[in-house]
Write a protein that binds this ligand. Structure first.
Ligand code: FEO
Length: 389
């Protein structure tokens, strides 16, 4: 992309948000986020989604500059979540002749969010495979329900072979931030926390797109992807099929007074000293929960280490397991370290919770720390390290 040009007739008109602290009110975004929007200029002019209300003025300026005096004919609404749809009503008011193009589900959400729907002759409802000619450009629509709301659709522009992918293939991080970790790290955190529950639905849209030649992917967040597209499609296939992306062991722990932490870190050092297996460790008390979720899905083995608390599990670990459940965590080998000074229960509770998930293989032994790490604890941790390796 040179400046705002995706191609000679397709322009980027979105905006970065580097001030927002929590995306969706829950995910830290230290490097911000972009709300992407595009304009296709042809005999007919199409706006591809609006953006978040926080950046309305910047978006309107970008839109006006890109239109350069022309009037838009269509507003394509891929997704009604407010980070993309906040300005739909404003566009309808600014351009009373514009036709809103969306799915029937999106039409309902327009009414719910704005209290008004476009007049029948200003609304074009589309179904899977429908097309809309703009001139030399032709848009083809593919419904993508639950990726990540029910009304979502993707749009394939046939002449330039560009896929407007809605939330899919997006990542955290403003476009002005040159992410040294590349696309995958923040795209993975975004995917598993926001779309992770809907692997089946992501698989369905990947199948629909499989026959298309795609030269560029334009997501609603993050950079336009214009090379090595097989990598991104294959990575989404891996993520949405819940297969591990990498071999490795992820240890997620919490601790009341440092003893469970000592056991978790001892396990990590034993694995490292006995093997070349990659180990990643997260202290759930302080580290980003969304990143811990990401790592749990990334690796093929997971260790949960927590103290007993009020006859159950320390709440931050319960919260982590709850997140894993609602994101459809599955198909992994899982081990446990518990701590208990008089009636250890954490291991039993964590095991029961994880056994409700699909394809979970429990790795024995469950290691019990009786208050503090002792020689017998280290022996048990060695056995667990061997079993995990
Ligand atoms: Fe970027 Fe589902 O909204």
């Amino acid at each position: 992309m040179t400046d705002n040009k995706i191609s000679s007739n397709i322009l980027y008109i979105g905006a970065d948000d580097k001030e927002l602290d929590l995306f969706e009110g829950q995910y830290v975004i230290p490097e911000g986020i972009s709300y992407n929007s595009y304009l296709i200029l042809d005999e007919k002019v199409a706006i591809m989604d609006t953006i978040d209300a926080r950046k309305t003025n910047e978006w309107l300026d970008n839109l006006a500059a890109a239109l350069n005096g022309r009037k838009p004919d269509y507003l394509i609404v891929s997704h009604m979540e407010p980070d993309h749809s906040a300005n739909v009503k404003r566009v309808m008011e600014m351009y009373p002749d514009i036709t809103v193009v969306c799915t029937a589900q999106a039409q309902k959400l327009i009414t719910r969010f704005f209290g008004v729907a476009p007049a029948a002759d200003k609304m074009k409802l589309v179904k899977d495979g429908d097309t809309l000619a703009l001139g030399t450009h032709t848009l083809q629509f593919f419904t993508a329900p639950m990726v990540h709301w029910p009304e979502v659709m993707m749009t394939y522009e046939q002449s330039e072979k560009i896929l407007f992918a809605a939330d899919a293939f997006g990542k955290f991080g403003a476009l002005s931030y040159d992410d040294p970790e590349g696309w995958a790290c923040e795209a993975r955190r975004y995917y598993f926390n926001i779309v992770g529950k809907y692997g089946v639905q992501v698989q369905a849209i990947l199948k629909k797109l499989a026959g298309l030649e795609i030269t560029k992917i334009c997501p609603l967040h993050g950079p336009v992807l214009d090379e090595n597209l097989d990598y991104y499609l294959q990575t989404y296939n891996t993520w949405s099929s819940y297969e591990p992306e990498d071999e490795g062991i992820f240890i997620a722990y919490c601790s009341l007074h440092g003893n469970t932490e000592e056991a978790a870190l001892k396990l990590a050092s034993l694995i490292k000293s006995e093997s070349s297996v990659k180990v990643s460790v997260s202290d759930l008390r302080h580290d980003d929960m969304a990143e811990a979720i990401e790592d749990a899905f990334r690796y093929d083995r997971l260790v949960l280490a927590a103290p007993t608390y009020d006859g159950g599990v320390m709440p931050i670990m319960e919260d982590f397991i709850h997140h894993l459940k609602i994101k459809n965590f599955q198909k992994r080998r899982v081990a446990f370290i518990e701590n208990g000074s008089w009636a250890p229960m954490a291991g039993k509770k964590m095991r029961e919770a994880m056994e409700t998930l699909k394809g979970i293989e429990i790795v024995e032994p469950i290691v019990t720390v009786e208050s503090t790490v002792k020689p017998a604890t280290v022996e048990a941790l060695k056995q667990l390290a061997e079993a995990l390796i």
